[in-house]
Design a binder for this molecule. Structure first.
Ligand SMILES: NC(=O)c1ccc[n+]([C@@H]2O[C@H](COP(=O)([O-])OP(=O)(O)OC[C@H]3O[C@@H](n4cnc5c(N)ncnc54)[C@H](O)[C@@H]3O)[C@@H](O)[C@H]2O)c1
Length: 256
């Protein structure tokens, strides 16, 4: 018996990183999973991996920056599996830049994917979840919703918006059985961060600096976030809504 037997879950940005780990972990607990991404080969590979492990998943390409794509994603999930219980709003992009230096194009792009993309998931998932008798929406925010880091103005604003949206929607739809929660990861070693390391002048020094930011003295791994996704998706978290839970190894509580 899995903790998510009978549930149907959509995970956006599930081709790699935290989304991939979440899709694998949800499927391992018995959920039927719609793996969604814009990177088709990566998404199909995750579906194959779930299948090899004995799970049930399909792939559906959707750009969360486009309303039509997100609407079609939810419709595809319901057409294939007949219901929707869990929506993991995970897809996101890392766009650096201070409030002064970020271009208007970059600002618009990061808000469109990282904030409006999550609103689109909420907008189209909730009516289906109400039909299924309730549901759990999990929004991947960041510790950057809670504290400032230099040169990440647009990204932080989007994640702060995700936190406010989480609370707002939890209030609006709680009485209809919809729980909405946000996760605030610290530094998790995913391709998003691997790219920053590849471009660093001294990757070892960067790793040592980043490790030292965390009370635990190290980065997190995608599966350490995915385990919280499973908990929030499951009925074990039945009285938890509108909250933000940090999975940050103590990043946000550490002084100098
Ligand atoms: N890695 C971290 O340290 C960290 C920390 C805090 C928050 N987060 C958040 O966690 C989430 C996942 O991050 P990650 O590190 O796994 O990222 P990642 O870059 O490794 O993976 C992101 C996935 O999203 C997909 N994607 C990108 N744009 C998309 C779009 N418009 N529509 C659909 N899919 C799209 C990519 O193809 C990719 O497969 C993001 O929302 C990110 O902001 C990550």
């Amino acid at each position: 018996m899995g903790r998510l037997d009978g549930k149907v879950a959509i995970v956006t940005g599930a081709g790699q990183g935290i989304g991939r780990a979440s899709a694998l972990a949800l499927a391992a607990e018995g959920a039927r999973v719609v793996v969604s991404d814009i990177a088709d080969a990566a998404g199909e590979a995750v579906v194959a991996e779930i299948g090899r492990a004995g799970g049930d998943a399909i792939y559906h390409c959707a750009d969360v920056g486009l309303s039509g794509d997100v609407q079609a994603l939810v419709e595809a999930a319901v057409a294939h599996y007949g219901r929707l219980d869990v929506y993991v709003n995970n897809a996101g992009i890392a766009v650096p830049g201070s409030a002064v230096d970020i271009s208007e194009d970059d600002w618009t792009r990061v808000i469109n994917v990282n904030l409006s993309g999550m609103w689109r998931g909420i907008k189209f998932a909730i009516p289906q979840m109400v039909k299924s008798g309730g549901g759990s929406i999990i929004n991947m925010a960041s510790v950057q919703a809670l504290m400032g880091f230099e040169d990440w103005a647009g990204y932080a604003a989007a994640k702060g918006g995700v936190l406010a949206l989480t609370q707002q929607v939890a209030v609006e739809y709680g009485a209809r059985g919809i729980r909405v929660n946000a996760i605030a990861p610290g530094t998790i070693m995913t391709p998003m961060n691997e790219k920053i390391f590849e471009e660093a002048d001294d990757p070892e020094e960067l790793a040592s600096t980043w490790n030292s930011w965390h009370a635990l003295g190290r980065f997190g791994q995608p599966n350490e976030v995915a385990q919280l996704v499973v908990f929030l998706a499951s009925d074990e978290s039945s009285f938890i809504t509108g909250t933000i839970i940090k999975v940050d190894g103590g990043l946000s509580i550490k002084g100098c």
